[in-house]
Design a protein around this ligand. Structure first.
Ligand code: BGC
Length: 745
């Protein structure tokens, strides 16, 4: 089996990127502050308020070609009434707008162009949930780097990404946009994306935005935009860490979320936007609202009208208004009425101008508007290759009974069946930005190309993703009967996850499971290839289909990546970043839950469980198979006790006991057995992805320190507490070896 091991891949890619991975250059804050103040001193109140106004360039989602700037926008720019556009795309488009700002506005303050570059600009990479399944932050950094390169070449300065919302409920469609359920993995992935986007702030980098601040993923019942009511402890220990990690990685902007927490919508939440973000964490960048989230406070019901909404948001610490127009309409009045202080306005304007200086826009406002770069950098071979490599590593092998996979390259006839088999639209996933279906390789195309006429490929759609018609079943069964192996492509359409796409059922939509049953009945070997933006409940499929490969929405190179994995050119190494439930009724189900006073026990009725389901999920967090097998032995701690100043070395032997070389994500979990407040049954504290040749054994070591054991204790201090801890190491969150140690004073 030949593939590029992860570490070699990252070395190769890192060197090929020359110095674009350098840390953020030292920002000369003093010098920038002086320049910012010199601009501020010239500004009228109107112009200041203009900087805090972001509007959508209504025609932005078109192709990246030049059109005349509509008069309404041109006038706003001329009058200094807008500081930023979102959705204006293209070196020439944005250049035209910038020209108006520079040539026709009084102060010539450059505009900043924002866009949702979530998992690609034109070349799409796997959706972030899939990318998290690589458990390789260096790949998230790499893909963000390329996304930035394409976007920056098309005039974009700023992405509304990474989304670092923890999601414990897969009904929530936006679980697809983040890194899943775990704060530790989510923090590493979020930070990596920030580094990848911002790089060293060259003109091929873009500013990152950590969103949606905060706890947007905790929406009740997984329904998008819904109420959130969580404790401050859960907020701090589960939902905030990835935001802090993004900030520590240098994220220069944050986006306030749509939801309320305990009665206070984030866009008017001073505790979040000011006390935690600025006072506690020292954030220096600016906060943008979500789309009309200021105005939506009227519907939330904590303000009577847009004027009050603007007052509340602004005084809470929200600097830039995306699309509610509350700031542009009311800030001046609010100042006159002394409800808003001009000093606070100046502070927010400073923050926005600071970013424009950091981006170099005052020095060269057109540095992102070069058509030649756009032509050269978008969808070039290097970007597509990177997308392919990330895609392969994002797949999770859920089942492989009898070693059905990898498929033999000598198969005479292969049937490729199912509503996602030939789809070129869906693999792009939601938030595909400029990604176009015609640029995507479908699974059918990928397999056809890979087998290169050595195998005969038969195709039948079978049914729609979400339809009721079974008319296509008989043709699909006929084709299946003629084949030596069947690749059955099932799942969700791209727009069943993402914003506003919550589902009340996690089952396969439509009649897909029925199609699977008919295909299974042919008695031929069946491999299910799944495409979906969230964990699914796979009941019958899991019980009956021998091989299942989860591919999420893998982007532009989907078909090539799927073919390479199915035929074993790449041995799958992804692990689930979110738990797969047995049924929808089991959610929220996540690995780092609490024990309760009556931990679930199948033999005891009066314990915490469902009487109609096993205690366990279908596939636990961290789960994923390989074509080879791994054995874990000799979990050892170098000490049974550590003080707060000492560290603990944990080692475990991992052996490749199967038939192929392969990569394994070795996972380390900790459990604090007694705390001043109850503690999760397990928390991920480390992982390493290693390559083991067939028969090879390696000792993997981790270091734990007191810092890793901290949490928000009963006194609300973030600290560790002395006592006994369990350490777990293994191949997923459920299948682990364990040992114990004590933390002493
Ligand atoms: C989404 C944000 C996005 C914004 C701008 C909102 O509806 O919640 O994630 O960045 O739109 O497109």
């Amino acid at each position: 089996m030949k593939y590029i091991p992860a570490f070699i891949l990252s070395l190769f890619l890192l060197t090929s990127l020359s110095n674009s991975y350098a840390q953020l250059p030292h920002i000369n804050e003093k010098q920038i502050a002086a320049r910012v103040d010199s601009v501020l001193a010239l500004m009228t109140l109107d112009e200041k308020i203009g900087q805090l106004n972001q509007i959508s360039y209504g025609i932005g989602w078109g192709p990246t070609v030049k059109v005349a700037v509509p008069g309404e926008y041109a006038q706003m720019v001329r009058e200094g009434k807008v500081g930023s556009f979102l959705n204006a795309i293209g070196a020439e488009y944005t250049g035209e707008l910038q020209k108006i700002a520079l040539k026709e506005s009084r102060l010539k303050i450059p505009l900043i162009f924002g866009l949702d570059v979530i998992h690609g600009f034109k070349t799409t990479f796997p959706v972030p949930l899939g990318e998290a399944a690589t458990w390789q932050p260096e790949l998230a950094e790499l893909s963000a780097h390329y996304q930035a390169m394409e976007a920056a070449s098309a005039g974009i300065h700023w992405t509304f990404s990474p989304m670092v919302d923890i999601a414990r409920d897969p009904r929530w469609g936006r679980i697809m946009e983040g890194s899943g359920e775990d704060p530790y993995l989510g923090s590493l992935m979020g930070a990596a994306r920030v580094r990848g986007y911002q790089g060293n702030l060259s003109d091929l980098n873009i500013i990152a935005c950590a969103k949606h601040y905060a706890a947007y993923g905790a929406a009740e019942a997984g329904r998008d935009y819904n109420t959130v009511d969580i404790s401050e402890r859960t907020l701090r220990d589960i939902y905030l860490p990835p935001f802090k990690a993004a900030l520590d990685a240098g994220a220069q902007t944050f986006m306030a979320s749509f939801n309320e927490i305990g009665g206070i919508p984030s866009s008017g939440n001073r505790f979040l936007l000011n006390d935690i973000l600025r006072d506690e964490w020292g954030f220096k960048g600016f906060v943008v609202s979500d789309w009309n989230s200021i105005g939506e406070m009227i519907a939330h019901g904590n303000v009577p009208d847009l004027k009050h909404a603007a007052e509340l948001s602004f005084n809470a610490g929200l600097d830039m208004d995306m699309e509610s127009r509350g700031y542009s309409e009311f800030l001046e009045e609010l100042i006159k009425e002394k409800k808003v202080d001009i000093k606070t306005i100046d502070e927010s304007v400073r923050r926005v101008l600071r970013i424009k200086f950091i981006l170099g826009l005052f020095d060269d406002p057109f540095r992102y508007c070069k058509k030649e770069r756009e032509d050269k950098n978008i969808m070039n071979a290097e970007v597509k290759n990177a997308s392919l490599e990330v895609a392969k590593r994002s797949f999770v092998l859920l089942k492989n009974d009898g070693g059905l996979l990898p498929l033999s390259k000598d198969l005479k006839t292969i049937a490729v069946i199912g509503p996602l088999a030939a789809s070129k639209e869906d693999p792009n996933g939601e938030w595909a930005c400029q990604g176009a279906a015609e640029d995507v390789t479908s699974v059918l195309e990928g397999l056809t190309k890979f087998t290169n006429e050595k195998s005969k490929i038969l195709y039948s759609k079978g049914c729609e993703i979400d339809g009721v018609s079974k008319e296509g079943f008989s043709e699909a069964v006929e084709k299946a009967k003629q084949a030596d192996a069947i690749i059955l492509c099932l799942g969700e359409s791209r727009n069943m996850s993402g914003e506003a796409y919550s589902r009340s059922s996690l089952d396969l939509p439509g009649v897909q499971e029925e199609l699977a049953k008919k295909i299974f009945d042919t008695g031929k070997p069946v491999v299910v290839v799944l495409m979906n933006g969230r964990p699914l409940s796979l009941g019958w499929i899991d019980e009956n289909i021998p091989a299942i490969l989860e591919t999420w929405f893998a982007g532009t190179m989907t078909g090539d990546a799927v073919a390479s994995v199915l035929f074993g050119d790449y041995n799958p190494s992804g692990k689930l970043p979110a738990t797969f439930p047995r049924t929808t009724g089991q959610v929220p189900v996540y690995y780092n839950h609490k024990n309760t006073g009556r931990p679930g026990n199948p033999g005891n009725r009066y314990t915490s469980k469902y009487f109609d389901l096993p205690l366990t999920p279908l596939y636990p967090f961290g789960y994923g198979l390989s074509y080879t097998t791994f054995a874990y032995n000799d979990l050892k701690l170098d000490s049974e006790k550590i003080t707060k100043d000492q560290s603990l070395t944990v080692s475990v032997k991992v052996k490749n006991t199967g038939r192929y070389d392969g990569e394994e994500v070795v996972q380390l979990y900790v459990q604090d057995l007694v705390g001043s407040v109850t503690r999760p049954v397990k928390e991920l504290k480390g992982f390493q992805k290693i390559l083991l040749k067939r028969g090879e054994e390696k000792t993997v070591t981790f270091t734990l320190t007191e810092k890793d054991l901290r949490f928000t204790a009963a006194d609300m201090k973030f600290k560790s507490e002395p006592g006994m801890f369990k350490v777990y190491a293994g191949t997923n969150s459920a299948d682990v070896k364990e040992a114990k140690f004590e933390l002493t004073e």
